[in-house]
Design a protein around this ligand. Structure first.
Ligand code: NDP
Length: 242
């Protein structure tokens, strides 16, 4: 079997496409999920990829979950920090809970998932970490102060940790997808998608999860060792200043 790859939120949407693409590329894949048992079971049935339930916003749960993955497959050599949530609200109506849930999952989740695998990667002299950030972390998005802040934080995390991993052959990169056709985006009303969002995308459509997955496969390959601390944008040509 190929190298061991762990995908957080690997059973749905971009994570599902990533788990499948990594398996097709020969990796030994484990997919984490939060609690949607039906989706996880159907995913496992369809792909044969083992699924592991834990909450990435809980450090102890990550330590325990990663230990279960490693007991089954061996040391995690590739980590895709993909799990993410939205709790959208205009800032004046945003609750402390909406802020906390998004930051705990989308930003602190990166610490919680990466810290338990980091020492092993350093000791073995190999690692590939890909963090799924967002265009809204790059440009900011009204109604998503919590999400934009967390996703921008993911980019700082990526650039700083890349410097720490560089001499140990551990790369740390981020992908910033634009609007991708997953349940997260399908939750946006059809009219808003058609009239407000798609017209902002020069290619004239939403992205497909597989189009992000292919970026991950590229970044985690042994051959991508000189690419670290970078942000790969996959957004259909959406321009943003700054
Ligand atoms: P989905 O909502 O389709 O899937 C989310 C996945 O993450 C599910 O597998 C879910 O598990 C899991 N998850 C959520 N919270 C946790 C948690 N606390 N612990 C463990 N697993 C968790 O999301 P997308 O595929 O749309 O998004 C994937 C990533 O890409 C996210 O980080 C998102 O912010 C980012 N992104 C998405 C864009 C888009 O347009 N879709 C654009 C830019 C970035 P379960 O099924 O059990 O709930």
């Amino acid at each position: 079997m190929g190298r061991v790859a762990l995908v957080s939120g690997g059973t749905r949407g971009i994570g599902e496409a990533t788990s499948i693409a990594l398996k097709s590329a020969g990796y030994s894949v484990a997919a984490n999920y939060a609690g949607n048992e039906e989706k996880a079971a159907a995913f496992h049935e369809r792909t044969g990829i083992p699924v592991f339930k834990w909450d990435v916003s809980n450090y102890e749960a990550c330590v325990d979950g990663i230990a279960r993955v490693e007991a089954m497959l061996g040391p995690v050599e590739i980590l895709v920090n993909n799990a993410g949530i939205t709790r959208d609200s205009m800032f004046h109506k945003m609750t402390p809970l909406q802020w906390k849930e998004v930051v705990d999952t989308n930003l602190t989740g990166l610490f919680n998932m990466t810290h338990p695998v980091w020492t092993g990667m350093r000791d073995r002299g190999f690692g590939r970490i890909v963090n799924i950030s967002s265009i809204n972390g790059q440009k900011g998005q009204m109604g998503q102060v919590n999400y934009s802040a967390a996703k921008a934080g993911d980019l700082g995390f990526t650039k700083a940790l890349a410097q720490e991993g560089a001499t140990r052959n551990i790369t740390v990169n981020a992908i910033c997808p634009g609007y991708i056709a997953t349940e997260m985006v399908r939750a946006i009303p059809e009219k808003v998608l058609a009239e407000k969002i798609v017209p902002q995308i020069p290619v004239g459509r939403l992205g497909e999860p597989e189009e992000v997955a292919r970026c991950v496969v590229f970044l985690v390959s042994d051959e991508a060792g000189f690419i670290t601390g970078s942000t790969l944008t996959a957004n259909g040509g959406q321009f943003f200043a700054g």
